[in-house]
Design a protein around this ligand. Structure first.
Ligand SMILES: Nc1nc2c(ncn2[C@@H]2O[C@H](COP(=O)(O)OP(=O)(O)O)[C@@H](O)[C@H]2O)c(=O)[nH]1
Ligand SMILES: [Mg+2]
Length: 458
């Protein structure tokens, strides 16, 4: 998300590099470029104007002495105002109510309600160690209930059955009873959507809201709708009193207008981002970190958290200790490393959060990268354990056998061994440094040339 905006903003702000002070005219010049950038990102006009007038007011208030580095000062102001625009602090779910606590999912058809219900359920189960159940009140869309059941199984959640013979109201009443009986902590209730906001849908979901009296009512909306997303959220909010928004499909949205408009227009915070189709493709929305990402500073904090939750910590620690002791880094370790990278969602998920990610060439094909890891795994599996422990054993005839066994070419086996050697060298170098640095650098190494263009921090 935000690639275009990020590029535009960083280049506009660079205009101030080297300026000796903030004046009405240089501020105006940058502000008018920022305005165009935001409008192109499809941020609502009223939001853009509000934002720019705060930025201008604050920038003009800086005296020369305070604004030692004009460019940095201005970036700081923009960062703070962007953060404010998206909701200031991160608003977690409130899970304190008496169980079963209800979360109601609302939104238009195809926005990602069903997918997000399962993602969110998994998040709550993993992070808060709660007993989570899913139930579906979507009796209109064919197989909507089955879809939720399948996702529920995938996520390892409980599922409360329902049937299209029932009314949504009956389903809600039954689900509530069943959740109590099964000692469920959190019940996520999925609902039907329509193509556009209409009275029937509104009265149905309002009725469900009365029956369920949810603690959280989350509006699920497709980020591709741009500022329209904020307008539809506002319509739902008037009927339902939303507690927050889940912005989906941000992985395919290069503009980001929705993320920037929702809070300002509805007053309701974005709580989560859908970042892909997979069950764990859900990010907690942090306005300040998002502002950093927009300004090309990268979102290292989220990256670290992901590394912490998704990488097998014990294995990572073991690996670090091993390398630290100047023992060896063999192909077994290399295989673990590749496995861990796959868990982190491959390069796609990582790249997006690194500083300067937006400046990467568009040709970066991350699904190709993911396939590359798959293939590397297969080649490594075709080696014997002994060969992985003692890579020097791998002579030309063994290479041929490994290539044949994994359905690859000898050149691919050579390529893998070369990458392993590079990684080994690098592991030795960074072995003593902190965990994150180690992970980040190993990833850079894995990506080979791909990462070459990323400027390191700022
Ligand atoms: N790429 C991507 N696809 C998503 C995301 N969230 C949902 N989808 C896809 O959007 C489609 C509609 O999702 P669904 O949950 O059925 O929407 P619903 O009609 O609101 O229940 C499905 O194909 C999902 O896989 C996301 O964050 N990223
Ligand atoms: Mg659905």
């Amino acid at each position: 998300m935000f690639e275009n905006l990020s590029n535009r903003l960083t280049s506009s702000l660079k205009r101030l590099t080297g300026a000796s002070k903030l004046t009405e005219s240089n501020i105006e010049e940058v502000v008018s470029e920022v305005r165009v950038a935001l409008l192109e990102a499809d941020v609502a006009l009223e939001v853009v104007e509000g934002f720019l007038s705060s930025v201008k007011r604050r920038a003009l208030g800086f005296s020369v002495a305070e604004a030692l580095d004009v460019h940095q000062t201005f970036v700081k102001i923009v960062h703070e105002e962007l953060t404010k625009m998206m909701g200031e602090s991160q608003s977690e779910l409130s899970l304190k109510a008496k169980p079963p606590l209800i979360i109601l999912m609302a939104g238009l058809q195809g926005s990602g309600k069903t997918t997000s219900a399962a993602k969110l359920g998994k998040h709550i189960k993993d992070k808060y160690k709660k007993r989570v159940a899913l139930a579906s009140g979507d009796i209109y869309r064919p197989a909507a209930i089955e879809q939720l059941q399948i996702l529920s199984d995938q996520a390892g959640l409980e599922f409360i059955e329902s049937s299209i013979e029932q009314t949504p109201r009956q389903i809600a009443e039954d689900a509530l009873k069943e959740a109590k009986g099964r000692l469920i902590d959190v019940l996520l209730f999925d609902t039907a959507g329509r193509q556009s906001v209409d009275d029937e849908m509104m009265s149905e979901i309002t009725e469900l809201s009365v029956v369920l009296s949810p603690t959280e009512t989350l509006f699920v909306v497709d980020s591709m709708m741009g500022q329209e997303a904020a307008t539809s959220a506002k319509a739902f909010d008037q009927a339902l009193d939303l507690t927050g928004v889940i912005l989906t499909k941000t992985d395919g949205d290069a503009r980001g207008g929705a993320a920037l408009s929702v809070k300002a227009i509805t007053g309701k915070p974005i709580k989560f981002l859908g970042i892909g189709e997979k069950i764990d493709a859900l990010d907690i929305f942090h306005p300040d970190r998002m502002a950093s990402r927009i300004l090309g500073m990268g979102d290292i904090l989220t990256l670290i958290e992901e590394a912490e939750t998704k990488v097998d910590k014990e294995k990572a620690e073991k690996l670090a200790t091993k390398v630290q002791k100047r023992q060896k880094f063999d192909l077994e370790d290399f295989r673990d490393q590749i496995e861990q990278m796959k868990n982190m969602g491959g390069l796609e998920g990582i790249l997006d959060k690194l500083p300067g990610a937006a400046n990467l060439p568009g040709s970066m094909n991350s699904s190709m990268e993911a396939k590359k890891f798959e293939r590397m795994g297969i080649i490594l599996d075709s080696m014997s354990k002994r060969e992985r422990q003692f890579p020097d054993l791998i002579n030309p005839s063994r290479k041929k056998r490994i290539a044949a066994g994994s359905g690859s070419q000898v050149s691919e086996v050579n390529g893998l061994l070369k990458q392993y050697k590079q990684m080994q060298k690098m592991m030795k170098k960074v072995g003593r440094k902190g965990g994150m640095q180690r992970i980040a650098s190993s990833m850079q190494n894995m990506g080979g040339g791909v990462f070459g263009g990323i400027p390191k921090g700022r």
